[in-house]
Design a protein around this ligand. Structure first.
Ligand code: HEC
Length: 172
């Protein structure tokens, strides 16, 4: 290959890297790459099975725990309804109903709840949530209601902030 063409190609690659590293919302290719890396390499628990049976009571318990611990960033419906900053974070808060989140195995979703996703804003909940609550939340993530059907989180509704009642059976 002509040296000039090679140099041009290399500087093109460097430019792409620099653009990719700058602070701005990730584009579709970066998002797809990041999910591939998470789903195949960094997120553990892939083959762990949910020991909690998907009864109406357990799904409801998961919904309740989600409405307490996760609601500020993910909305009551897990689809960011009423969360004002959801699209402004980098990476943005994804919809729990979306294909990329649903492509995680149950064990990986539990791992994400336990460990968070470093260095994004997704916090680790191990020690705050019991294993049972985390698995119940996984059940809820697999059985989400229609987007918008549960209204906005109370924190952003303009009324005085009053969190949902703490669920029973936490880690402490
Ligand atoms: C302080 C805000 C915040 C809270 C509270 C929060 N999350 Fe997240 N969550 C995020 C952000 C930001 C992301 C995007 C992370 C990424 O793509 O790197 C995320 C992503 C996720 C994902 C998908 C991971 C991925 O790779 O896209 C799952 C599943 C999730 N959260 C579940 C939960 C659950 C369950 C709770 C409550 C126990 C919770 N989150 C609490 C901000 C939050």
């Amino acid at each position: 290959m002509d040296l000039r063409v090679l140099r041009l190609a290399l500087s093109g690659v460097c430019c792409c890297c620099l653009i990719a590293c700058s602070a701005r919302p990730p584009g579709p290719i970066e998002t797809r790459t990041a999910y591939w890396v998470k789903q195949h390499i960094t997120v553990g628990g892939k083959s762990d099975k949910n020991p909690i049976v998907a009864t109406a009571e357990n799904i409801d318990a998961g919904k309740h725990a989600f409405g307490y611990y996760c609601v500020e960033c993910h909305g009551r419906d897990g689809q960011n309804t009423g969360v004002p900053f959801a699209t402004r974070l980098a990476p943005p808060v994804p919809s729990m109903a979306g294909g990329q989140v649903q492509a995680y195995t149950d064990g990986q979703l539990k791992w994400i709840i336990d460990n968070g996703i470093f260095p994004s804003g997704m916090p680790a909940s191990k020690g705050t949530l019991s294993d049972q609550e985390a698995w119940q939340i996984v059940l809820y993530l697999r059985d989400l209601p229609r987007a918008g059907s549960l209204g906005d989180p109370k924190a952003y509704s303009g009324d005085e902030y009053e969190p949902d009642e703490a669920p029973q059976g936490g880690a402490n």
